[in-house]
Design a binder for this molecule. Structure first.
Ligand SMILES: Nc1ncnc2c1ncn2[C@@H]1O[C@H](COP(=O)(O)OP(=O)(O)OP(=O)(O)O)[C@@H](O)[C@H]1O
Length: 275
């Protein structure tokens, strides 16, 4: 369980809560961090055949925070996994930082994920025997890379972990553990950070903090973030929301608010469950 801090969020993280909807420069003017073109993913064959992604084309621009939303089973996780090189795809192409993923062998894909992508999952996935700092630098250590000291300190300070770096995960609240996971994702200064329901295991206050850090990593550090979420409040932290239904992109919203996202999601209700 996440602990209840005594400092109001607005005092502790003024940047985080004050402007959750601040948008980045026009995507048309910024470079693309990752792009899917006519991306298809089919599971199974015959009676069990499922088209999870049906010729999806989408670009994630550098310095932009994108939320992916849609009804359950619409293909959100599949899209994220294919673009992040965690899953193979049946057709189309994925480019990440200028590299075409389908051309890579397994080893190269592993190296690309390690060097160019940061992940924040619903589960914190921290190693219990390591301290917070060791968990943050673990991917870099495995890669044999030295952390960029200034960058690392900036990331650690952004997520407010300076006083907790020697703690082990069991000595941290859920929210603090997810802060470690966010810092770990950012430590290598990745091309893109993917979040899969990163606030799914957190209370609303800790969730708001984590979303604020992701938001801040985009606005202050120039990072690129793509997040799958069911939560309209979480999606409202993004610069834009991409809506999926039945494996296709059906809509896109810029400068979202929770109310507008909720209204859009309600339109799916007629055709099935929203989450
Ligand atoms: N390993 C798999 N084998 C067969 N079908 C799968 C597999 N993974 C996903 N699917 C199917 O692909 C479709 C898209 O699934 P996906 O998990 O991407 O949807 P989602 O939008 O992330 O759903 P949720 O919001 O429930 O997590 C669904 O119909 C799902 O049942």
């Amino acid at each position: 369980m996440a602990c209840v801090a005594t400092v109001p969020v607005s005092q502790e993280f003024p940047l985080v809560t004050a402007f959750p909807h601040v948008t980045t420069p026009s995507p048309a003017t910024t470079a693309v961090a990752a792009r899917a073109t006519e991306l298809s993913k089919v599971y199974g064959t015959g009676d069990t055949r499922v088209v999870a992604l049906d010729r999806v084309s989408v670009a994630f621009h550098q310095g932009e925070f994108t939320a992916i939303m849609g009804p359950s089973g619409s293909g959100k996780s599949t899209l994220m996994h294919c673009v992040a090189g965690l899953d193979s795809f049946s057709g189309g192409s994925v480019q990440l930082g200028g590299t075409e993923l389908s051309r890579l062998k397994d080893k190269q894909l592993t190296a690309l994920r390690r060097d160019k992508i940061g992940f924040v999952f619903q589960a914190f996935n921290l190693l219990p025997t390591l301290t917070a700092r060791e968990n943050i630098t673990l991917p870099l250590d495995i890669a044999g890379r030295k952390p960029e000291k200034q960058w690392l300190e900036r990331v650690i300070s952004m997520v407010g972990l300076e006083g907790r770096l020697k703690h082990r995960p069991t000595e941290l609240s859920g929210g603090q553990q997810q802060r470690v996971a966010v810092a770990r994702a950012l430590a290598s200064r990745p091309e893109i950070v993917f979040g899969d329901e990163p606030t799914g295991n957190l209370d609303s206050r800790s969730g708001a903090e984590i979303l604020g850090f992701l938001r801040e990593s985009v606005r202050e550090l120039g990072q690129t973030v793509v997040m799958v979420t069911h939560d309209p409040v979480a999606a409202a932290y993004a610069d834009r929301v991409v809506f999926l239904a039945d494996g296709r992109i059906v809509d896109e919203m810029h400068g979202p608010t929770a109310e507008r996202v909720l209204d859009r999601m309600k339109e799916f209700d007629g055709r099935g469950r929203v989450s």
